[in-house]
Structures are given as structure tokens and as C-alpha cells.
Design a binder for this molecule. Structure first.
Ligand code: GLN
Length: 490
């Protein structure tokens, strides 16, 4: 393997190279740091080489002492929504632009314990609100396949970094699609596990009943290794689920013969672009040829996921973000008249337009007199959507469909059109509302050469199955091996 190629390698190849001593953890970290320094994608918010190299030296000492572990010495980067002691924790917001946390998020702590080497913090939409990574105080992230286009969001930095070979692995979070959609738009693999699988402790809150940590890598194997380290019961998160640790790669190698894959008619209807539909249908055919049985199903309330989500998520956000008052955390206005003016100015200055919009919508739908009409109604829809999935999973084992109706759009195209932005979340929101695990993996390209992802949705706690189906698919296709570098992009 040519040394210059380390950044194109999947986690499994880097693992082997570290174990064989073909490359050291320090040299590997330096390789990625040099690529980050030269990158113009704006994928990173905070990079501190001295902290990274200190972690790399510690990991190398463990390797040299003969210790082995799936992630030992492996570089990775964290979405800047997980708090970290050694890097700033901004949530992509001016409100927290200089904030340094006194503790590490559980996800950060667990991955550090497994011996990963942190390369820095990844750009994201402010408080993870967005689908294009244009809502960051630190500026838009560029898509490595076409730098004039969005990388998807809100974990745009995570997906762009992995696609561009700035990190082999990146953490991300998904409230309504933010792991799956940017993974699809950047041609990488990402998984959002079942709600409650991974601790939310130290994950800056957006909509607590939906927020879930996930991971992005080149392939399903990398995702499985990282998720196995991330997922564990955490008494510090009241919604963390008590389950024994799992090896998420345990079903790799199992056949899909007889596996019933449901294709929801509502995921293939009006609004789905031809450039996305063709690769997704071709990918489904690959699974059929491998022995899976395709079953047409219905998720009749799919379209209602958009209004339900865009009431529930802002409602929870308006409550969660009330803690940013200029007194306890972050940005504080300099001139003010009285206390009310102090709050108003601090929050108007600290939050960007989309965050302010959601706080206002959220406050409105929770207010006395409107609560029943909006918030309660949205909760009823959420229940119906979840029931729809339960009925579907009586007939099928896995559901497959597109991730996003379109491929990456030009930066700036939808900035002034929040509703069109929201509509593009149609295929990812339903699984989020139902708390189900969802995976996105590369399925091909549209006519413009932009990546297309396919989504697999599973029953609660069926991540190992989704990852095994993805691994099988990646064993017979090479979409996940294509890189923008080879395609002539950034
Ligand atoms: N695009 C959705 C939103 O803007 C989802 C974001 C997310 O999953 N964090 O809310």
C-alpha cells in the first residue's frame, strides 16, 4: 500500500496496518492532520495538533506494549455537538463559539478509552438544525465531490471529512436524518442506531426525544467497529437503554437468502428524483440477486412525518435552548437596558436565523391555547407513524428506500427557503420519529456524478442486521470505494 494512500483506506485496512507496524499511530495522525491543514472544505471547526499527537503517542505506547483493540490508534473526529475537554465545543453556534467544556461526552470518553486519536471537531449546522450545513456560525461546509454544493446536514462536516479522506471515522448525530442524509450526499456509510442505544450525555441537546448519536465511515465494517465501542448503558442519560454490550459485526457473513426487504410505495412516489431512484432501485436489485425477497409495503403516514417533526423538534428545541441565556454559558451582550433587554439581545446576537425561527415556532406550539392544536396533534401523528412501522415489520425484516429525494444541491440554493429544506427530509424523519435504526450507504451516482445513498431501516435494536446487509452489499459492489479524489473533485 502506497503511504500516500492511507486516507483512502477503510478502518479495517488501517487497523491491520497499525497492528502489523506498517505505520505507527503518530505517523497516521500526522498524515491526516496534514490533509486537514491543506483542505478547503471548512469541515473542521477546531484542530489542535499537539493534543492529537499526545493521544497518538499514548495509543502507540499501548500498541507497542502488545495491546490490541479494534480502534486502538485509529484517528477519528467528533461532530462539534459532543462536548470535549481538550477542544472547543461550539455546536456550530456563536453562542458557544469560545466554549470549552469541563468534561467529555460519554461518546467521546468511550471512543477515547478504546484508544482512538481525536483529530479535532467537525463543523455542523447550528445546534444540529439543518439539512445542508449552511446554518453554521463557522460557515458552510463544501461537498468534496463538488465544492460548490452542500455536503448535507446537519453532520456535514462529519460526512465531508470522511469522504475527503480527512478522517477515516467521524461521530455524528441524527435527530431527523443528520447522519444518514449527509452520508448519502457525500458517498459514505453512516448509521443512526435505535433511540437510546448510545448515551446522549454530553451531546448538546436539540430535540431530546429524537437526538441519537451515530457514526460515519467509509464502509459498514468501520461503522460496526465504532458503534460497538460507542453503544453502552449510561446511568447519566435517563433515556439510555440497559442492554449488554454488543459486537455489531456479529452477523457479517450471514446470507440474505430469505430476508424480506420491504419497499414502501410512499418512498418511491412523487418528489423522488430520477437521478436518485435509478441507483436505489439498482441497489435493491443487487440484494434481490443475493437472495433477498422484495415485498411491496405501505407506510401511509410518511408525508405526515414532516409536519409532526417540524412541530415536535422545535418544541423540544425551544425548551432545551432556554439554558443559553448569557448568564450561565457562552455569548453575552455588551450593552443592554434592563434584564429583559439583556436576554433578548444576548439571544438575538448568539443564535442564527434558523435557530431563532425554531425557538419561535417551538414556543408558539407549546403555548397555552395552541398546545392541543399543534403539539398534541403532532404527538398523535408520531404514534401513528410508529404504529405504521410496527405493522410493516410484521411482514418484512428490513425496509429499504432512498435517503434523500435529491442529490446535493448548490450552496445557497435553498438558504432562503426553509420549507423546501424541510421537505427534503421526508425519507429520514419517519424512522427518527419511531426511534428506529437507520443506515445509509453509497448506491451509485446521478448523471452529474453526485453520490446517491440507499437507506435501510430496521426493527428496534436490529443494527447488527442492517450492518450485515450493508457489508454484504459492499462485498459485491464498489460504490463505497469511489473517492472524490479519484473522480477529480476536491
Ligand atoms: N434536517 C433536520 C432538521 O433540520 C434534521 C436535523 C438533524 O437530524 N439533526 O431538523
Amino acid at each position: 500500500m502506497a503511504n500516500a494512500d492511507w486516507h483512502l483506506q477503510p478502518v479495517s485496512a488501517l487497523r491491520q496496518a497499525l497492528d502489523d507496524g506498517e505505520i505507527g499511530a503518530v505517523a497516521l495522525a500526522e498524515h491526516f492532520l496534514a490533509r486537514i491543514a491543506a483542505s478547503e472544505l471548512n469541515a473542521f471547526i477546531d484542530v489542535r495538533p499537539e493534543q492529537t499527537l499526545e493521544q497518538a503517542r499514548a495509543a502507540q505506547a499501548r500498541l507497542t506494549a502488545g495491546e490490541r483493540g479494534p480502534l486502538l490508534g485509529l484517528p477519528l473526529a467528533h461532530k462539534d455537538i459532543f462536548v470535549t475537554r481538550d477542544w472547543r465545543s461550539t455546536a456550530g453556534s456563536r453562542m458557544l463559539a469560545d466554549y470549552v467544556s469541563p468534561y467529555d461526552a460519554t461518546v467521546v470518553e468511550r471512543l477515547a478509552g478504546a484508544g482512538t486519536v481525536c483529530l479535532g471537531k467537525l463543523n455542523c449546522d447550528e445546534f444540529a438544525m439543518g439539512s445542508a450545513n449552511e446554518n453554521s456560525h463557522f460557515g458552510a461546509v463544501r461537498n468534496p465531490w463538488d465544492p460548490d454544493r452542500i455536503p448535507g446536514g446537519s453532520s456535514g462536516g462529519s460526512a465531508a471529512a470522511v469522504a475527503a479522506g480527512l478522517a477515516p471515522l467521524a461521530t455524528a448525530t441524527d435527530t431527523g436524518g443528520s447522519v444518514r442524509q449527509p452520508a448519502a450526499m457525500c458517498g459514505v456509510t453512516g448509521i443512526k442506531p435505535t433511540y437510546g442505544r448510545v448515551s446522549r450525555y454530553g451531546m448538546i441537546a436539540f430535540a431530546s426525544s429524537l437526538d441519537q448519536a451515530g457514526v460515519i465511515a467509509r464502509d459498514a465494517h468501520g461503522c460496526a467497529d465504532a458503534l460497538s465501542a460507542m453503544a453502552a448503558f449510561d446511568p447519566r442519560d435517563a433515556t439510555s437503554i440497559e442492554r449488554a454490550p454488543e459486537d455489531f459485526a456479529r452477523e457479517f457473513g450471514l446470507s440474505v437468502r430469505g430476508l424480506r426487504i420491504g419497499l414502501p410505495a410512499e418512498f418511491f412516489g412523487e418528489g423522488l428524483s430520477a437521478g436518485v431512484e435509478a441507483p436505489v432501485r439498482a441497489a435493491i436489485d443487487v440484494l434481490r440477486e443475493a437472495g433477498a425477497e422484495l415485498v411491496e409495503i405501505h407506510l401511509p403516514d410518511t408525508a405526515l412525518a414532516i409536519p409532526a417533526y417540524y412541530v415536535i423538534a422545535p418544541a423540544e428545541a425551544s425548551s432545551n435552548l432556554s439554558r443559553f441565556d448569557g448568564v450561565r454559558y457562552g455569548h453575552r451582550t455588551e450593552t443592554f437596558e434592563d434584564l429583559a433587554d439583556f436576554y433578548a439581545r444576548t439571544r438575538a446576537e448568539g443564535f442564527g436565523a434558523e435557530v431563532r425561527r425554531r425557538i419561535m415556532i417551538g414556543t408558539y406550539v407549546l403555548s397555552h391555547g395552541y398546545y392541543d392544536a399543534y403539539y398534541l396533534q403532532a404527538q398523535r401523528l408520531r404514534r401513528r407513524i410508529a404504529d405504521g412501522f410496527s405493522a410493516a415489520f410484521e411482514k418484512v425484516d428490513v425496509i429499504a428506500g432512498p435517503v434523500s429525494p435529491v442529490t446535493a444541491w448548490p450552496i445557497g440554493e435553498l438558504t432562503d427557503d426553509p420549507v423546501r429544506n424541510y421537505l427534503a427530509d421526508i425519507y429520514t424523519l419517519p424512522a427518527s420519529l419511531a426511534g428506529l435504526p437507520g443506515l445509509s450507504m453509497p448506491a451509485g451516482f446521478d448523471a452529474a456524478g453526485l453520490p446517491v445513498g440507499i437507506q435501510l431501516i430496521g426493527r428496534h435494536f436490529d443494527e447488527a442486521r442492517l450492518l450485515a446487509v450493508a457489508d454484504l452489499f459492499q462485498g459485491v459492489t464498489d460504490w463505497h470505494r469511489r473517492t472524490p479524489e479519484e473522480a477529480g473533485g476536491a
